[in-house]
Design a protein around this ligand. Structure first.
Ligand code: PLP
Length: 459
């Protein structure tokens, strides 16, 4: 296929869902009712839903077959063993603890290892990860390389951890106060950017020197492995599965949302090697999720994930996946629209602060752009900026490092013509960017405010 430029989706469509083509006027009403928060909009009012790639992908014929096979025995179901085998084929950790999604794994782990006085560094904490760390009274610190903070700067592994900064951090805080170092692959909040194997090895070496365990937030592990395969010296000839296993071998544990590279609509897990930690986590699991052989999941979900994990490491799939995200990003870049570059794995991130310099970060340029894309073209993206990260536990508010709008691509869901429509709408809105105005927040909850805050447009 290397001869041809067209990205051929490596699947045929087997069953379809209708998209309702609503009007601008209908979307204006929907926005007003939702307090200009796109999380509050009815999905039926959306034409192309790029809010998230999490749990929104299409499952394969073989995953649906797995759903039928699902065994709902309370304990020791064959579906649990199918799940365990699939997870450990890629991530051979001693203990695998199934959860209903990634944040449940985070909640359990940080309840066990967090608490006041503790600090958890990460390349960039995802919002739920940060919130779960902070909820225990611990501190969540981002230590991505400086290139990872500059949207326009090209670097093949912009998600890498700043290893020197990590060493300083561990020296200053003291290893006893750092129960784990995290690395998020790919780095979602930093633009879906990959982490190299070399960087993981270097982080591992620092962790070993300080005697601190290393955990992966591995939601997009297959996409990360594909970037390693494509970009890292000496890796192009290796099977993806080998690269994934090498990443896993460098860590002491992981948290996972199977709604991403598990190719499933729900699910996740926590995996660790440490027996005592596993026991503490399983006890918490029983309190909040369920028995250790199903966690928060039905047997049918465990089967869908078991099959999804076999499909996600397929090279034809990953070539299509990463190629089609780059197709959107490259088209926007060539139109002069500022985006995070190079294009990440699961999403294109528009730099709203650069596109709308007349909107102060504390008037939320990302929110203004996301609302405009929805109003004009029914495209739902997600603000990743000052709305999401600007409010701090002490109540203060500061601009986030970047104000981005993420257009996340659900797996195996939209075709190239859907994406061509997105390109047309984004160009149209960007050309009229100077007409857009900022927002103020009228109501917000104490944490994770972006999900439920209500906004008001400024004049
Ligand atoms: C990097 C990262 N970590 C953790 C999570 C949380 O996973 P979940 O949504 O399944 O709770 C997400 C979800 O988007 C994520 O992208």
């Amino acid at each position: 296929m290397e001869r041809w430029k067209t990205i051929v989706e490596p699947f045929r469509i087997h069953s379809v869902e209708p998209i309702r083509l609503k009007t601008v006027q209908q979307r204006e009403i929907a926005l007003r009712e939702a307090g200009w928060n796109l999380f509050g909009v009815h999905a039926e009012d959306v034409i192309i839903d790029l809010l998230t790639d999490s749990g929104t992908g299409a499952m394969s014929r073989d995953q649906w077959a797995g759903i039928q096979r699902g065994d709902e025995s309370y304990a020791g179901s064959p579906s649990w063993y199918a799940f365990l085998e699939s997870v450990q084929a890629l991530f051979p950790f001693r203990h695998v603890i199934p959860t209903h999604q990634g944040r449940a794994a985070e909640k359990i782990l940080f309840s066990a290892i967090g608490g006041p006085g503790k600090s958890i560094p990460n390349n960039t904490h995802f919002d739920t990860t940060r919130a779960n760390v902070e909820y225990t009274g611990a501190e969540a610190v981002d230590l991505v390389i400086p290139e990872g903070r500059v949207p326009s700067l090209l670097h093949p592994f912009k998600g890498n951890m700043d290893v020197a900064a990590l060493e300083v951090f561990l020296t200053e805080r003291g290893a006893d106060n750092v129960p784990a170092v995290f690395v998020t692959i790919t780095n979602n909040s930093g633009g879906g950017q990959p982490v190299s194997l070399a960087n993981l090895h270097a982080v591992r070496a620092v962790c070993d020197r300080f005697g601190v365990p290393l955990f992966l937030d591995a939601c997009r592990f297959a996409e990360n492995a594909w970037f390693i395969h494509e970009r890292e010296e000496g890796q192009s000839g290796r099977p993806i599965v080998d690269i994934v296993r090498e990443m896993a071998s460098l860590a002491d544990g992981m948290t996972m949302s199977a709604k991403k590279d598990g190719m499933a609509n729900i699910g996740g897990w926590l995996a660790v090697n440490d027996d005592a930690l596993a026991e503490r986590c399983r006890n918490l699991l029983i309190l909040t999720e369920g028995f250790p052989t199903y966690g928060g999941l039905a047997g049918r979900d465990l089967e869908a994930i078991a099959q999804g994990l076999r499909e996600v490491v397929d090279e034809d799939y990953l070539r299509y996946r990463i190629g089609s995200t780059a197709y959107l990003g490259d088209a926007l870049h060539l139109s002069g629209i500022p985006i995070v570059r190079p294009v990440g794995g699961h999403a294109v991130y528009i730099d709203a602060r650069a596109l709308l310099p007349h909107i102060d970060p504390l008037q939320y340029p990302g929110q203004a752009l996301a609302v405009a894309l929805f109003r004009e073209g029914g495209i739902r993206g997600c603000e990743i900026g000052t709305v999401m990260f600007g409010r701090h536990p002490d109540g203060s508010e500061t601009p986030a490092a970047m104000d981005l709008v993420r257009l996340a691509i659900p797996r195996r869901t939209y075709t190239q013509s859907h994406i061509d429509y997105v390109i047309e709408v984004v160009r149209w809105v960007a050309e009229r960017g100077s007409d857009l105005r900022g927002y103020r927040i009228a109501e917000e909850p104490r944490s994770l405010r972006h999900f439920t805050a209500r906004f008001e447009p400024l004049d």
